[in-house]
Design a protein around this ligand. Structure first.
Ligand SMILES: Nc1nc2c(ncn2[C@@H]2O[C@H](COP(=O)(O)OP(=O)(O)OP(=O)(O)O)[C@@H](O)[C@H]2O)c(=O)[nH]1
Ligand SMILES: [Mg+2]
Length: 201
């Protein structure tokens, strides 16, 4: 996709009614601080339209970024932030679940995992929940610039095994710093949205 115009169109808080959009949506889930908003900025070629922070718990709403009026990239609040009160965590868990369950235009879900670490219990729960609900989450292994290139395959394998990834499941190493993986993610999204033919193997 050639990015012509992007804007933050819809912001949903815990009590907001979720929108019923007319264009396809692609959502980004993952634990707090894993790099969801940073990834969305790179995909949009914007430095800071999606607000990021070194402190976990930055994104506290469901944000819909309009891309060329043909699709939305959906930035979800992170899960698993230890300092969030249990009641808040529950509310957000429900909100994310409600969104993933009820959005009619949701075409794909990306689940972000920090490439340096074993998937957490929450990551595994999220992955299993998505599979159970009929999604085929695509895994993005974030912060790839924090590892030496030679270490990447070992870490990809670790994430694959940690999540018990389904056969054929995809893991894409990505770095917001070097933009490694950006083209592959856009190719995949274009394909998922039917904007591009699948590559001939
Ligand atoms: N080195 C490196 N740092 C990154 C990368 N992606 C994100 N970060 C940093 O990680 C921190 C968190 O990034 P965010 O994009 O705000 O993470 P998030 O998943 O949106 O976090 P919440 O909104 O709290 O759920 C920021 O300090 C980013 O600069 C990356 O690819 N490489
Ligand atoms: Mg965020």
């Amino acid at each position: 996709m050639i990015i012509k115009n992007v804007s933050l169109d819809i912001v949903c808080g815990i009590t907001s009614k979720l929108p019923s959009n007319q264009v396809p949506e692609i959502a980004f889930a993952g634990k707090s601080n894993v790099g969801k908003s940073s990834l969305i900025n790179v995909l949009m070629n914007r430095k800071s339209l999606a607000r990021t922070s070194a402190q976990p718990g930055k994104t506290q709403t469901i944000n819909f970024y309009n891309i060329n009026d043909v699709m939305y990239l959906v930035d979800l609040p992170g899960y698993g932030y230890a300092k969030t009160a249990v009641s808040e965590k529950e509310k957000w868990g429900k909100m994310i679940e409600k969104y993933l369950h009820h959005s009619r235009m949701l075409k794909a879900v990306f689940l972000l995992i920090d490439i340096r670490h074993q998937p957490s219990e929450n990551d595994r729960m999220m992955y299993d929940w998505m599979i159970y609900n009929g999604y085929e989450p695509i895994i993005i292994a974030t912060k790839a610039d924090k590892l030496k290139r030679s270490q990447l395959p070992k870490h990809v394998k670790m994430i694959k095994e940690g999540l018990n990834l389904r056969p054929g499941g995809k893991i894409i190493p990505f770095s917001a710093a070097s933009k490694q993986g950006r083209e592959e993610i856009w190719d995949l999204m274009d394909e998922l949205l039917g904007l591009k033919e699948p590559e001939q193997k």
